[in-house]
Design a protein around this ligand. Structure first.
Ligand code: AMP
Length: 572
């Protein structure tokens, strides 16, 4: 991948967009199709295709330790290089020794990234990353690390890579953009363009499309300022799943585009009854079955027991039944529907579900369900075991007051909050825009103590902006870590805190510093899980730093008992 790295250097060296795309186009043309396709994602700054949410889970401190080990440099020398470049990749290029025989292939990099992502725990990841970095030339290592830290910074967005593909292969840009949107995979898009098959990107059954994503909003008023005509749904806390149904065959795909059908064996036959091929979008949740008409979603922590299993025991099926709550349809009856407005897609969905209702109803009438959704399952079917497919309920809100009421009702049903969707919007695969908004509740907030800090990335380079934090435990009195979050503080506050942390460092580990446990923060989060990652035995889901609490001392921070209380409340 020496050529790849040199191309990145050339792209970084110019600010002119046309020149950048020309350089990338030349590079694509000089490669074989496989290599050009693999490079396309990397040039967009991503280790994996955009539509995937696969993560490497390799932190800056692990890379820092490996750079120290492989370069033999002292901490001080590394820290000086880091201050000079503000970028771990550039540090690697400077400190790693060139050795004969070094050299990675672009094609193997994709495979190695997947191995790293699949490896569990820092020890296993370290072995793989060490091996990879020791085989790379210093310049290659620079770009490998930049891709790993999501910090390519050569001024090349995915949209420019699309332009480069169009230019290199002399195909219309609009076609490239559409294919990439449908596939969520710029490499696959390049391959199709290369083979003159862009039109084939229309839609592939059993190849998951990108998922449309939502932007957060803080208040009901803000939510309604984006569009007037809003569809409102509960925000269920489960896992997103795209269902493909064709000729009685059903497969479910996760946001990482992995097939997850085997984890939910009770669901496919519910959809197999659909009279038409279809692609549906929805959320799989743990479902509490009460009376036939009055179930509700259970917390994510409960669903978690069902995840990642190849085989699900009878006991699991009984104890953690699930439901698939469908809120969108991307394809049905031979037609791609993503360009139709949500209003119309909703109608299609209602029609499809009425079909399931008739076909699967075994003579029982279609019932309108609880506020949590319309349920098309008959009592007879329930005897055959749980597992439901439901149309997620859709509400309307025209005023902030109505929205607030729906929000409280969603919370009362145990859901995370609301999704507010523009009825006139198209489905944009893989895009996070303003057409879907999410309004979430905070489970609770905790006052925590900062115990360690790390340097940030991107515009947070050179400042200590990633905080690890703890709560208090007794007997013996100590602090136990419970989470880590990027700072949500203002730039001025971060600058001030950085200075404070530098002055109050207990141990300088280069990229990371343990610090005097004196700074108290208020953190909000959506959920809490049991976890071995932190010594408290718990981890916060989506922690966000709300504000500094200079009015509180570490002795006044929350305790592990309070954490247990919140956890128990959430699980009850
Ligand atoms: P977040 O994961 O907080 O960014 O919120 C977006 C996620 O909420 C989606 O990816 C879905 O998994 C989930 N979600 C739950 N209910 C809905 C809904 N009614 N519409 C869309 N997404 C939903």
């Amino acid at each position: 991948m020496q050529r790849f790295a040199e191309t990145c250097e050339a792209i970084a060296a110019t600010t002119k967009k046309l020149q950048k795309t020309a350089t990338v186009a030349d590079y694509f043309r000089s490669r074989k199709v496989e290599e050009a396709a693999a490079s396309a994602a990397f040039l967009s700054g991503k280790a994996f295709p955009a539509g995937e949410e696969t993560r490497l889970q390799v932190g800056g401190s692990l890379l820092w330790r490996l750079l120290a080990e492989l370069s033999g440099k002292t901490e001080a020398a590394l820290a000086a290089a880091y201050r000079k470049h503000g970028d771990l990749g550039a540090v690697a290029a400077e400190v790693l020794p060139p050795r004969p025989g070094q050299g990675l292939q672009v094609l193997e990099l994709g495979r190695i990234f997947r191995e790293i992502s699949a490896a569990r725990g820092p020890a296993a990841k370290t072995v793989l990353v060490r091996h990879m970095l020791s085989r790379a030339s210093p310049l290659e290592a620079k770009y490998v690390i930049k891709i790993m830290t999501g910090d390519l910074r050569i001024g090349l967005k995915e949209s420019l890579v699309e332009e480069a593909i169009a230019k290199a292969l002399a195909v219309p840009l609009a076609q490239v953009q559409r294919a990439n949107m449908l596939l969520g995979d710029i490499g696959e898009t390049l391959r199709l363009a290369w083979e003159g098959q862009l039109a084939q990107a229309q839609m592939r059954m059993f190849h998951p499309m990108g998922f449309m994503l939502a932007s957060p909003v803080d208040s009901a008023k803000a939510a309604l300022s984006y569009f007037a005509d809003a569809a409102v749904e509960d925000k269920y806390d489960g896992i997103r799943a795209q269902a493909h149904v064709a000729e009685g065959e059903v497969k479910f795909f996760s946001r990482t585009r992995d097939e997850i059908t085997a984890s939910f064996p009770e669901l496919p036959h519910r959809l197999a009854a659909l009279a038409h091929d279809a692609i549906l979008d929805g959320e799989i949740v743990a479902w509490e079955y009460k009376e036939p008409d009055s179930g509700r979603a259970r917390p994510f922590g409960i669903l978690q027991q069902r995840l990642g299993r190849k085989r699900v025991s009878e006991r699991m099926l009984r104890e953690v039944p699930v439901a698939y709550l469908v809120f969108d349809v991307l394809y049905a009856k031979g037609q791609l529907l993503i360009d139709r407005p949500l209003r119309e897609r909703g109608q299609w969905l209602d029609d499809l579900f009425s079909l399931i209702g008739h076909r699967a109803g075994k003579g029982t009438e279609r019932k309108s369900g609880p506020p949590g959704g319309l349920d098309f399952q008959s009592a007879a079917e329930e005897d055959a075991g749980p597992g439901r497919v439901m149309r997620a309920a859709v509400f309307r809100a025209a005023s902030p007051e109505q929205l607030e009421r729906l929000f409280s009702a969603a919370q009362a049903r145990g859901n995370e909050g609301l999704m507010i969707k523009d009825l006139n919007s198209a489905y944009l695969p893989g895009k996070r825009g303003q057409s879907w908004l999410k309004m979430k509740r905070e489970l609770a907030t905790l006052d925590v103590v900062v115990t360690a800090v790390e340097y940030g990335h991107g515009k947070r380079v050179g400042v200590l902006s990633d905080y690890t934090f703890a709560v208090r435990a007794a007997n013996p009195a100590r602090l136990v870590n419970i989470g880590k979050a990027y700072s949500g503080l203002s730039d001025a506050e971060i600058a001030e805190m950085t200075q404070w942390f530098l002055d109050h460092t207990l141990e300088d580990q280069g990229f990371r510093r343990t610090v005097e446990p004196k700074i108290v923060l208020q953190v909000a989060f959506n959920n809490m899980m049991r976890s071995h990652r932190h010594d408290s035995g718990y981890a916060l889901r989506f922690p966000r730093i709300v504000r500094l609490r200079p009015d509180k001392s570490a002795e006044e921070a929350d305790t592990i008992e309070r954490v247990r209380e919140i956890f128990d409340k959430q699980s009850s």
